[in-house]
Design a protein around this ligand. Structure first.
Ligand code: ATP
Length: 346
């Protein structure tokens, strides 16, 4: 388990002073894949580097499996760091060394016997699907293959935690998917806890259990991926979610709402959120049959988050206000979230 308590990081002094982290607290459970998302300059790299003390926090504490890293001597810290693997956006491989040597490097530095290194590196290369590339050099590999080498190297010392610093940002979409699948295998088969920082919401959607949004050195929102994606609270989170789930009302409908409002005419528009089981309910057809109203679906998306379906619809109900009230209370009884759309289409 990884715990960060009130981490502050200040760079520079006086006019050059930058407070990159302003009191970050996170708890990441054993075997969890936890994503931290934020725009450039939000403090993501600083945060991930504070976890293994590559960057010393100005204040605050880092605990790994209950051990406070700041309280360790240099040699104790070296030992503890073996529990933390790291992969990078630009892979950080040694170009003059073979794939085998790159993966073997942490074990060589650790003084392990030659036979053990041989066995371990071969097992790791097989795990990441690169057994046939052992004698090649990084320059002979694709970006995805280089990241597989990076992952094998990071796993060499049997870490409990894997830190991923924008691990897929330099890769094309297909390769990104294959690397994300490999990281999931790392968690599922080896039980390793993964902390990923990224600016890509699809990475969070596809692999993370939990997400925290960082902005200006502060965590502004966090929770399960399903909760944060289905009902983001902060504007920045809403903007990130919109990059992959389009819940915006089309401009033509917005114009119509305004027009009707100016004419003092009502348009009963609602956002309806379905999560999990509720996506299987034949809700709209039941409503149309049971109540004296018409149902008009204006816009909708259905996606899957962590294997749980999640749907978002914008619906117009046409009918008497009293009938619409009954419909709304019926929908709420089904544990489906429903909210009126205001005249600005929000
Ligand atoms: N070594 C440093 N010295 C001074 N300021 C720094 C240093 N490293 C980062 N910063 C500043 O700290 C803030 C956070 O930077 P950081 O690199 O952690 O953000 P980020 O979210 O990782 O951004 P990016 O995705 O662009 O790397 C920025 O204002 C940055 O300029």
């Amino acid at each position: 388990m990884l715990v960060l308590k009130d981490i502050h990081k200040v760079y520079g002094k006086d006019s050059k002073r930058v407070e990159a982290l302003k009191g970050i607290s996170l708890e990441i459970g054993q075997g969890e894949i936890f994503g931290v998302i934020g725009f450039s300059g939000a403090g993501k790299s600083t945060l991930i580097r504070c976890v293994n003390l590559l960057e010393r926090p100005t204040s605050g504490e880092v605990f790994i499996d209950g051990v406070n890293l700041q309280h360790l001597t240099a040699s104790q810290l070296r030992k503890e760091r073996k529990k933390i693997g790291m992969i990078f956006q630009q892979f950080n491989l040694l170009n003059a060394k073979t794939v085998f040597k790159n993966v073997a490097m942490p074990l060589i530095i650790d003084g392990r016997p030659k036979e053990e290194i041989e066995k371990r590196v071969n097992a790791l290369l097989s795990f990441v699907g690169l057994s046939d590339k052992a004698k090649q050099y990084p320059d002979q590999l694709s970006g995805g293959q280089k990241q597989r080498v990076g992952i094998a190297r990071a796993l060499a010392t049997d870490p409990h935690i894997l830190l991923c610093d924008e691990a897929t940002s330099a890769l094309d979409p297909d390769t990104t998917q294959s690397i994300l699948a490999l990281l999931k295998k790392v968690r599922d088969e080896l039980g390793i806890t993964i902390l990923m920082i990224t600016h890509e919401m699809n990475v969070i959607r596809d692999i993370c259990d939990k997400v925290a949004v960082i902005d200006g050195g502060v965590i502004v929102e966090q929770g399960s991926v399903l909760d944060v994606f289905s009902e983001p609270q902060q504007e920045i989170t809403k903007n990130f979610v919109r990059t992959i789930i389009n819940d915006a009302i089309p401009p033509t409908i917005k114009a119509l709402i305004k027009e009707k409002h100016q004419e003092n005419d009502s348009m009963y528009l609602y956002r309806v959120l379905f999560k999990g089981q509720s996506t299987h309910l034949p809700l709209l057809s039941t409503i149309a049959k049971r109540f004296p109203i018409d149902v008009n679906v204006i816009h909708g998306t259905i996606t899957e988050l962590q294997g749980i379906p999640f749907g978002h619809l914008i619906i117009e109900f046409q009918g008497e206000p009293s009938a619409i009230e009954q419909v709304l209370s019926y929908i709420r009884q089904q544990e489906v979230t429903v909210r009126e759309v205001d005249i600005h289409g929000a």
